[in-house]
Design a protein around this ligand. Structure first.
Ligand SMILES: C[S@@+](CC[C@H](N)C(=O)[O-])C[C@H]1O[C@@H](n2cnc3c(N)ncnc32)[C@H](O)[C@@H]1O
Length: 290
């Protein structure tokens, strides 16, 4: 039995067992290269729970109910939450300068309802959803004529709780254009930036595991970035099934450039490695539904 005080890493067998737990729960894969990282993170939970070995924590996770808060603590330690506003400039240039002006024109011409529903899937602490809301508020004018809904979701309850605060530190805000900072955020005395009420009205956050269907009306646009990189092909397929079912026919999906989805969404029209249009008829992973 390995005690925490020895600061030893998990054994390959322990790594395997923990990796299986994570994979079954959220689809994320953990490789042997992550041994030290995983061990360091697990030791934090062992200390918090006053447990003296990795096996004891593993047994605890196996015994507690699926909705026990310890699961969230555990998954929070083993997932990556890195995010910041206006991450990946190309995507925001497309949203601001191509997509939103186009739907604005269509809306004004009466060719589409003046409404926009966007999902920031795996939103972590809400930075991506907030960036989307900034762009929509900036471009879809007059805003009171538009119904804008930005929905952010993440499997992590802690991340979602933080997202709901809609408050961001200097580092997360570093790429926000100066005029957006002025118009959409208030600077608090502790130096953080809190979204103004006009932005808060547009966004909503909930927990959701991407391996399972989302029970929501369909979206015009879905952002699914920097999450599939942690999944194997089988889990990617499940997530893409969830996401494609949530997209309106003809809706747009924005993925990270390195997400490795091209082979899995062949029936979608991909104009680049990261921008994909859903077919005009609803699709499933196995083909187009009639
Ligand atoms: C690196 S963050 C990406 C944040 C944001 N999309 C971005 O690009 O800046 C990855 C997030 O995916 C979430 N995640 C991992 N597996 C998930 C799953 N099965 N369902 C929903 N979210 C998941 C993690 O909790 C984490 O917050």
């Amino acid at each position: 039995m390995i005690t925490v005080s020895q600061n030893a890493d998990v054994t390959p067998q322990q790594l395997d067992r923990y990796a299986r737990l994570v994979y079954e729960k959220i689809g994320v894969t953990i490789s042997a290269q992550k041994t030290t990282l995983l061990s360091n993170r697990l030791r934090r939970r062992l200390r918090a729970l006053n447990l003296d070995c990795y096996d004891a924590y593993y047994e605890l996770l196996r015994k507690v109910a699926a909705d026990d808060p310890e699961w969230d603590e555990f998954l929070n330690e083993v997932t990556t939450h890195e995010t910041y506003l206006f991450r990946d400039e190309t995507h925001w240039n497309w949203l601001r300068n191509v997509y939103l002006p186009q739907i604005l024109l269509e809306g004004r011409a009466g060719r589409r309802p003046k409404s926009l529903r966007v999902w920031s899937a795996a939103c972590s602490t809400g930075d991506e959803a907030t960036s989307i809301a900034c762009c929509a508020a900036d471009r879809l004018t007059p805003m009171n004529e538009w119904k804008i809904e930005v929905f952010g979701s993440d499997v992590g309850a802690g991340a979602v709780a933080q997202a709901r605060k809609l408050t961001f530190g200097e580092r997360a805000m570093r790429l926000v254009p100066a005029d957006h900072k002025r118009r959409f955020f208030d600077r608090l005395t502790d130096g953080t930036h809190a979204a103004k009420p006009m932005l808060r009205e547009l966004v909503r956050f909930e927990t959701h595991n991407l391996l399972y269907p989302l029970k929501q009306p369909a979206f015009d646009l879905i952002f699914l970035k920097n999450v599939l990189i942690y999944f194997d092909v089988a889990s990617k397929r499940k997530v893409l099934e969830t996401v494609r079912r949530a997209l309106k026919p003809g809706g747009m999906l924005v993925t990270g450039a390195a997400e490795g989805v091209a082979e899995l969404i062949k029936d979608m029209e991909s104009t680049s490695g990261w921008l994909h249009r859903s077919p005009m008829r609803a699709a499933t992973a196995s083909g187009v539904r009639t």
